[in-house]
Design a protein around this ligand. Structure first.
Ligand SMILES: NC(=O)c1ccc[n+]([C@@H]2O[C@H](COP(=O)([O-])OP(=O)(O)OC[C@H]3O[C@@H](n4cnc5c(N)ncnc54)[C@H](OP(=O)(O)O)[C@@H]3O)[C@@H](O)[C@H]2O)c1
Length: 217
């Protein structure tokens, strides 16, 4: 699978891309700056020992990816989506964005559209199948060769798209769980703020969640 990561030079996007490259997938690192994208791709290739990654500008990366992952700060969410909207037409877009309040980073900024993922779906329209995933996976887990036991909750209005994101989680060694329609992104994004608070109180870096009481997946 060719996976484009918009914001792939950042902590979360880079970690996801590295994991997918380690799992043998092709990755395209997207950035606003070509040099940054190329440098991140070279670092991944050096780490995995194979040429699995290439760097491109965001729009070109979105056009090249078979599936597109968006991992940018909430402040840049809408403008980035507008930039790549033509290139993602007909594809699955996996939104990792958490609407953290930049002035009060311990708080969720309640997005006018309900959640960042719902806003992405509304902006891109029905020609793009948007799902939320990886919001509850700290980047601290992503540079580990061994995956942690955290679950990846996946929601979105298209069941096949949710399965695609579950497959992406599996490539990284995580269990992906179908968390239903896109409106549940409000809960998933909110959980991240809660996990950040738990990290602070327990002096940890990678608090995560695990769902119990369901048949083994
Ligand atoms: N860090 C985590 O552990 C974690 C966990 C779960 C979810 N998330 C969410 O994932 C997203 C990315 O988090 P992060 O920690 O990776 O953030 P980050 O490192 O601050 O930023 C990610 C990338 O976004 C691009 N970017 C930054 N500001 C931008 C702007 N104003 N306009 C356009 N692009 C901009 C940058 O790429 P270029 O400069 O190369 O374009 C940057 O490398 C956030 O929404 C965050 O809440 C993070």
């Amino acid at each position: 699978m060719r996976i484009a990561v918009i914001g792939g030079t950042g902590k979360e996007g880079y970690g996801l891309a590295l994991g997918w490259a380690r799992a043998g997938q092709e990755v395209v690192i997207g950035s606003r700056v070509m040099e940054r994208a190329v440098r991140a791709a070279e670092t991944i290739n050096a780490a995995v020992g194979r040429g699995r990654a290439v760097g491109m500008l965001n729009r070109e990366a979105a056009a090249t990816g078979e599936i597109v992952v968006l991992a940018v700060p909430y402040d840049a969410h809408e403008s980035t989506l507008r930039d790549i909207r033509e290139e993602v037409r007909g594809k699955v877009l996996v939104d990792v964005t958490v609407p953290v309040d930049p002035e009060r980073p311990r708080h969720l900024r309640t997005p006018p559209g309900g959640s960042a993922t719902e806003e992405a779906q509304a902006l891109l329209g029905s020609g793009v199948r948007v799902v939320a995933a990886f919001q509850n996976i700290s980047y601290a887990h992503l540079d580990q060769v061994e995956a942690s036991a955290c679950d990846v909750l996946v929601c979105g209005d298209d069941a096949d798209a949710r399965q695609e994101a579950i497959k992406l989680a599996r490539f990284l060694g995580f269990r992906g769980l179908d968390a239903g329609p896109v409106r549940n992104a409000r809960v998933i994004e909110g959980l991240t703020i809660l996990l950040m608070g738990i990290n602070r109180r327990y002096k940890a870096k990678g608090a995560g969640i695990q769902i119990t009481g369901i048949p083994e997946q």
